[in-house]
Design a protein. Structure first.
Length: 257
């Protein structure tokens, strides 16, 4: 079960401590990957409860927002999320973004900083190379066959959807829109963020070399770190306990034994 906090932000029920949504717990705002939805972070929500309040961004065009057109501009998407966060009650928070979600999280933080709004305590950027690098060939895919082949190559739970024709028909419009947004995205130079960055990447990621991920660290004035995990692009699925423990430590909430 889930509780919809707004059109844009979703909190999942069923995790221990979720009833304390209004408490002073640190909040982790999570941004899904291309083709993904807020539910991609259900596992991380449960792993971090009750100490960290996880809220996942729900992009248009999926799940309960499936009747809304998906946005095909990552910067427009980031501005919409920033506007939503600016209306939320002020509380300590951090960002976690995976793959396309890493770019949206970063651009959202830039918008917040541009308008001198409260910025996250930390950005955790996963499964994506630095935005200042040349656009990746894997972001410029043409046709459904190329999209499907790429999703299969990346693996993860989403790959199983491709074997079900009815589910595939439901997710293809979202995949088309998200990859169109990725193909159009171009990083615009600007001031580095005054926010600590943590970069995470799978050691066997077929599209994100470790050195490309390390490039994120140049986009902040603060010291940062690179963390690697065994696995591919969706190492989050196979290394969830280790990822959750790393997130807890980064956010000052280590597990107590």
């Amino acid at each position: 079960m889930s509780v919809v906090e707004s059109r844009w932000l979703r909190r999942f029920a069923g995790a221990e401590g979720d009833g304390e949504a209004g408490s002073g717990r640190l909040q982790l705002v999570c941004f899904p990957h291309a083709g993904g939805a807020a539910s991609a972070y259900l596992g991380l929500t449960r792993a971090l409860a009750p100490d960290i309040d996880v809220v996942a961004v729900q992009y248009p065009g999926r799940q309960e927002r499936r009747r809304e057109p998906a946005l095909t501009s990552l910067t427009h998407l980031a501005r919409a999320v920033a506007e939503e966060l600016a209306r939320a009650p002020r509380r300590p928070y951090a960002f976690f973004g995976h793959s396309m979600g890493a770019v949206v999280a970063y651009e959202t933080a830039r918008v917040l900083a541009e308008f001198d709004l409260a910025t996250p305590r930390r950005l955790i950027l996963s499964g994506r190379g630095a935005p200042s690098l040349e656009p990746r060939a894997s972001d410029r895919l043409e046709g459904d066959a190329a999209l499907i082949a790429e999703i299969r190559r990346l693996g993860g739970t989403g790959g199983r959807v491709l074997d079900d024709p009815e589910l595939l028909e439901m997710v293809l419009p979202t995949l088309r829109a998200d990859y169109a947004a990725l193909s159009r995205y171009r990083w615009l130079p600007g001031p580095p963020l005054d926010v600590p960055l943590t970069v995470m990447v799978g050691t066997d990621d077929p599209v994100v070399p470790v050195d490309d991920a390390r490039g994120w660290l140049a986009h902040s004035t603060r010291p940062g770190e690179l963390l690697t995990f065994e696995g591919g692009h969706f190492y989050l699925d196979t290394r969830l306990p280790a990822v959750a423990e790393a997130v807890r430590t980064l956010l000052g909430q280590p597990t107590t034994v």
